[in-house]
Structures are given as structure tokens and as C-alpha cells.
Design a protein around this ligand. Structure first.
Ligand code: NDP
Ligand code: HSE
Length: 436
């Protein structure tokens, strides 16, 4: 039997505790498959006395996590602390500078600093290189990065899209089923360990944007460009939108979508709530489940689906990376060396064609509908259906929901610009594309 792969765990929260649990329960089979044991030689978190539901007495405790990188008995540091910068980034930099491997579930850090860290991994050990792996950073337990790096390596990928945030999906699908309130359901997702330390990252779409930026880099061989991801979260979705979508034959899901076939020029990256037709496979994706669709020019449409968050699934992806390192699997973090990744500018979204759901909150008075429809007419937007919710009292607030025929996004944007400043439209309209 070869020497063990010696790992240090930084962070013993939901994912860190899950990794210990998995390594303890499946140790025998992991050793057989990896060809050698994976041994935890150090652990670190903020509070040593916290009850984590696991017995930590057999693992040496390190108070200062930055020291993990310099320890002679550590081959790989597993960073499960979180945060794009701060202690997690400092640890990652030190680890790679020390020529050691780094495994992380930290999508925020990879989305912001992935290029720098991948370069550091290439140069580590005086050019010998060190492994940098982050399968758990995107879609929890689903091996979608491996799918892109290995499974569809022969394809020109046209687009990659899907449900990338378990918390949002849990909230939307629970609201849909139960009619319950947004805030109450968010609390439940937090209690289940799905949400980020700051749940605004989930509900504002930022977490999904981190994951989409990583997916896009792998799918299109481009440098990560997180700043170019157009991002809208789910905070403005009301029970009324969910009901209207259902009446139209749709569900609402937060979708991350990237398009960037080599022939296309710019890269399109967007996270936004969308209306998903009931017959689409993504419409049936419930709870904290994630699902990613990859469209390759030879593989066709592939659907990867599974648990996108939580201790067990995320630990599964972290340990799969460790097994790869133990086996000596040495694929570049972004498939190709960093210098071979292309810098693609953003694509112009105005040229995109599609149907759109628009919800207006308006003051109920004569002429409001005419004002909205006139703006649509003047911008060249063709209306497929228009629904006005019941009338509470004259002068009160009503919802007007409108679905457009297929047309360019730029026309819808122009129509909304024409309505800006209207004293009948109470708040900016909610705009959701219909997923085709
Ligand atoms: P938690 O908040 O549950 O755990 C974070 C851990 O980091 C805690 O153990 C905390 O210590 C420790 N920590 C924080 N700051 C420090 C510090 N300065 N020094 C030492 N330890 C520190 O987070 P999760 O386990 O949920 O997430 C970890 C990472 O995995 C994040 O990057 C997250 O985005 C990612 N991820 C999470 C998923 C999930 O389902 N939860 C899924 C996929 C990825 P203490 O416990 O003592 O406070
Ligand atoms: N907060 C994230 C989610 C965890 O809800 O999807 C998994 O990345």
C-alpha cells in the first residue's frame, strides 16, 4: 500500500464536518479506490469547543489556519471556510506557494481569484505544479465540472445553463407547493445548512453567478469573468407571480445561463428568475436539487441533476477531488493552462430573441392599461397575453401581467424605458424571460 495522502481540513462547518463523516464511514472503499488511505493530519476552525456532532478528539487541532500550509506533514489543504477574500484566500495562496495541493468548495473565491490561483498552481513547486481542485464549488454533489473537463472534452459547447442555487430552488419550490411566505421558507433553508453564511448571496443570485462564471470558463475555454455576469435574484418574486406562472403553464426557477460557442464572439452570462415550461426537465427540479444542462455539438443535450447543497453531497465532491489527487490524476483546473484561456468580452444581450413575462404594479385608474400597451406598441413589442388582477378599490394597487410574443430583448428594454417616470407604474416592473 502506498503512503497515505495527508490532508489538513480548514473549516469544520456543514461541509467540513460532512467530509470527516464521509472519510470515517467510507474509509475502506476510498482507500481501495484511491490506492492509498486519505488521512486527516490536522483540523482547524474558529471555536474549538463547538459541538459539531462529530468526535474530533483523534484529529490534531491547529489554532491558526494559515499555519496548515507550512506544515511538513500536510500534502493537501482542504479549504472549507468560505468567503472570496480574507482568511480563505490567504490560506489558498500560502498553500499553493508552499507547493501543496488545494481542494476547496469555495465558489466565491474561485469566481474572483480562480485565474490567479490556477496560475499559482501551475507555477507551484518551482514549476512542477500542484493540484487545485474545486468540484464541490459548483452544484454540490453533481460532478458537473468533471463532466465538462472530461466527459464533453471533445465537444464545442454551445450553452450551459441550469439551477445552480439550492437555497433559491428550495424557496421557490416550497413557496409554489405551500403558498408560504418567502422569509419563513428562507429560514428553513438556512436551518437545513443550504444557505451561505450571508444568505443575501443566495437570494440575490450572487452565489449562482459565482458558479455560472466557473462553469462558463470551463465550458468555453475562457478566462473567468464574474463581473460580466448579469445578476438578478429572487427577492422580488411574489406568491402572485408564482400563481400567474402556474396559470400560464410554467414554474419560476432561478436560472444561470451562459452561451459562448466559438463562432459567437462574446460570452453571454446571466442569472435571472425565469419562467420554465412545465414540460421542461428543469421544471420538475424541486427543493435544494440543482440541475445543469450542457449542450455539446456531438454529445447533444446532457442533463446533470442531483443535490446541490448540504453536508453529504458537498463532502462527496470534496472527497472525489481528494481521491483524484491520491490517484495522481492531474488535469489542469480549467482544462487548459491559464495562458491558453481566451479573454472573451460580453455578448450584446439586446440581440437575444425570446418571450418575456412582465409584471407591473400599477395604480388602478382609467388609461393605465392603454399607457402600458402604447409603450409596447411604440417599442415594437408584440403582446401575447395580458392579465389584470381583480380590482380592490378604485385608485388602489393592481397587478398587470403581460407575456410578449418572441422578439428582441432590446425592444422590451425600450418599452420599459418609455414607461419610466410614469406615475401609474408604482415600482419597476418584474421582468422574467420564458426559458426556451
Ligand atoms: P459553515 O459556515 O458551515 O462553516 C465554515 C467553517 O469555517 C466553520 O467551521 C468556521 O468555524 C470556519 N471558519 C470561519 N472563519 C474561520 C477562520 N478565520 N479560521 C478558522 N476557521 C474559520 O460553511 P459551509 O460548511 O456551509 O461552507 C463552507 C464552504 O463550502 C463555503 O465556501 C461554501 O460556499 C461552500 N459550499 C457550501 C455548501 C453547503 O451546502 N453548505 C455547498 C457547496 C459549497 P466555526 O465552526 O468554529 O465557526
Ligand atoms: N448556498 C449554496 C446553495 C450552497 O444554496 O446552493 C451550495 O453551493
Amino acid at each position: 500500500m502506498s503512503a497515505p495522502l495527508r490532508i489538513a481540513l480548514a473549516g469544520l462547518g456543514t461541509v467540513g464536518a460532512g467530509v470527516i463523516n464521509l472519510l470515517e464511514r467510507n474509509g475502506g472503499l476510498i482507500t481501495r479506490r484511491a490506492g492509498r488511505p486519505i488521512e486527516i493530519v490536522a483540523v482547524c476552525a474558529r471555536d474549538r469547543s463547538k459541538d459539531r456532532g462529530i468526535d474530533l478528539s483523534r484529529y490534531p487541532w491547529e489554532d491558526d489556519m494559515t499555519l496548515l500550509a507550512g506544515r511538513a506533514d500536510v500534502d493537501v489543504v482542504v479549504e472549507l471556510v468560505g468567503g472570496s477574500d480574507g482568511p480563505a484566500l490567504a490560506l489558498a495562496r500560502r498553500t499553493l506557494a508552499a507547493g501543496k495541493g488545494l481542494v476547496t468548495a469555495n465558489k466565491a473565491m474561485i469566481a474572483h481569484h480562480g485565474m490567479e490561483l490556477a496560475e499559482a498552481a501551475e507555477q507551484a513547486g518551482n514549476g512542477a505544479g500542484a493540484p487545485l481542485k474545486f468540484e464541490a464549488a459548483v452544484a454540490g454533489g453533481i460532478p458537473v465540472l468533471k463532466g465538462l473537463r472530461e466527459g464533453v472534452a471533445a465537444n464545442d459547447v454551445a450553452r450551459v445553463y441550469g439551477i445552480l442555487n439550492g437555497t433559491c430552488n428550495y424557496i421557490l419550490s416550497t413557496m409554489e407547493r405551500s403558498g408560504r411566505d418567502f422569509a419563513e421558507v428562507l429560514g428553513e433553508a438556512q436551518a437545513l445548512g443550504y444557505a451561505e453564511a450571508d444568505p443575501a448571496f443566495d437570494i440575490e443570485g450572487i452565489d449562482a453567478a459565482h458558479k455560472l462564471a466557473i462553469l462558463a470558463a470551463l465550458a468555453f475555454g475562457s478566462r473567468i469573468d464574474f463581473g460580466a455576469v448579469e445578476t438578478t435574484g429572487i427577492t422580488r418574486i411574489r406568491a402572485a407571480d408564482i400563481a400567474q406562472a402556474e396559470a400560464l403553464g410554467y414554474v419560476i426557477r432561478l436560472i444561470g445561463l451562459a452561451e459562448g460557442a466559438a463562432s459567437q464572439g462574446g460570452l453571454f452570462q446571466r442569472v435571472q428568475p425565469c419562467l420554465v415550461p412545465l414540460e421542461h426537465p428543469l421544471a420538475a427540479v424541486d427543493g435544494a436539487t440543482n440541475a445543469v444542462v450542457i449542450e455539446g455539438n456531438f454529445a447533444g443535450r446532457l442533463l446533470f441533476q442531483g443535490a446541490g447543497a448540504g453536508d453529504g453531497p458537498t463532502a462527496s465532491a470534496v472527497v472525489a477531488d481528494l481521491i483524484d489527487i491520491a490517484r495522481g490524476v492531474d488535469t489542469a483546473p480549467f482544462s487548459v493552462p491559464v495562458e491558453a484561456l481566451e479573454a472573451r468580452g460580453p455578448a450584446d444581450p439586446g440581440n437575444r430573441l425570446g418571450r418575456t413575462y412582465l409584471r407591473f404594479n400599477v395604480t388602478d385608474r382609467p388609461g393605465v392599461l392603454a399607457e402600458i400597451t402604447a409603450a409596447m406598441r411604440d417599442a415594437g413589442v408584440s403582446i401575447e397575453s395580458l392579465i389584470q388582477e381583480g380590482r380592490p378599490e378604485e385608485g388602489g394597487e393592481v397587478l398587470v401581467v403581460l407575456v410578449t410574443h418572441e422578439g428582441p430583448e432590446s425592444a422590451v428594454i425600450q418599452a420599459l424605458e418609455l414607461l419610466q417616470g410614469s406615475d401609474s407604474v408604482i415600482e419597476p416592473p418584474l421582468v422574467m424571460p420564458l426559458l426556451a
